[in-house]
Design a protein around this ligand. Structure first.
Ligand code: ZN
Length: 241
């Protein structure tokens, strides 16, 4: 079982860990703990490196498998064995862009629900751009400017982003989480991680986010698309440092 360090500290860039499993065929190692995000919820997995003595392994892909996180290593150097102590480092530049983008999508989601009552059905992101799908029948071109202004107002408001890990029963009693389809969580999950943009948005979420909306930068709504009478897709880009 891999402890997910990014769940309680999304700003952790480096960490020490012990190898607990090796898949030689796949060139992957399992660690007892990791800061690498394994992908999910529309956020791509992290990349980076693992160091063992003088050997540097490039981590080209990371994937969750049950309660383990697999780190896939490139190259052909012999893999670290079980019990080896390694030092991990994530590609921070890329991850931080994803944290800003992911948080921006939550700002979009919270704002569109508050102002238009539209629910999110899905989303996806790359560093500094993303898209979100809504049940949003009355989305039209003229609303785009209005939405963009509203989301940037929330960014500038400097709202705090808070992460909590709650017992399942407690989380299921929060009305805001029910609207984001928390009821779809598999039954075996006993704890629910929640990400709250204070005063704007609350979701059950396993991803990494910035601490305050002011870190996001400027949100540009670059396009929207009709995916049918009700389903609409909004595309955003993040600008600025
Ligand atoms: Zn999210």
């Amino acid at each position: 079982m891999t402890e997910l360090l990014y769940q309680t500290d999304s700003y952790l860039k480096e960490f020490d860990a012990t190898v607990t499993g090796v898949d030689t065929e796949a060139r992957a190692v399992v660690l007892d703990q990791t800061a690498f995000y394994p992908g999910g919820g529309g956020q791509p997995n992290d990349t980076g490196q693992l160091r063992l003595g003088g050997e540097v392994y490039r981590v080209e892909k990371v994937k969750k498998q049950g309660v383990d996180v697999l780190h896939f290593l490139s190259g052909d150097a012999p893999l670290p064995g079980p019990g080896a102590r390694v030092h991990g480092q994530i590609d921070w530049d890329n991850r931080y862009k994803l944290m800003r983008t992911h948080t921006a999508l939550h700002v979009l989601c919270g704002t569109v629900f508050r102002d238009y009552g539209a629910l999110v059905t899905g989303g996806n992101m790359e560093p500094l751009h993303g898209r979100m799908d809504f049940e949003f029948e009355r989305l039209q071109g003229e609303l785009v400017g209005e939405i963009e202004a509203a989301v940037n107002k929330e960014v500038e408001a400097g709202r705090d982003v808070r992460v909590k890990i709650l017992p399942r029963e407690q989380a299921f009693q929060i009305p805001d989480l029910i609207r984001t389809k928390i009821n779809l969580l598999p039954e075996g999950i006993q704890e629910v991680r929640t990400v709250e943009i204070v005063g704007l948005d609350l979701q059950a979420d396993g991803g990494t986010h910035v601490r305050n909306t002011s870190e996001i930068g400027k949100i540009k709504v670059v396009d929207y698309k009709s995916k049918g009478a009700i389903n609409k897709r909004i595309y955003i880009e993040i600008r600025g440092e």
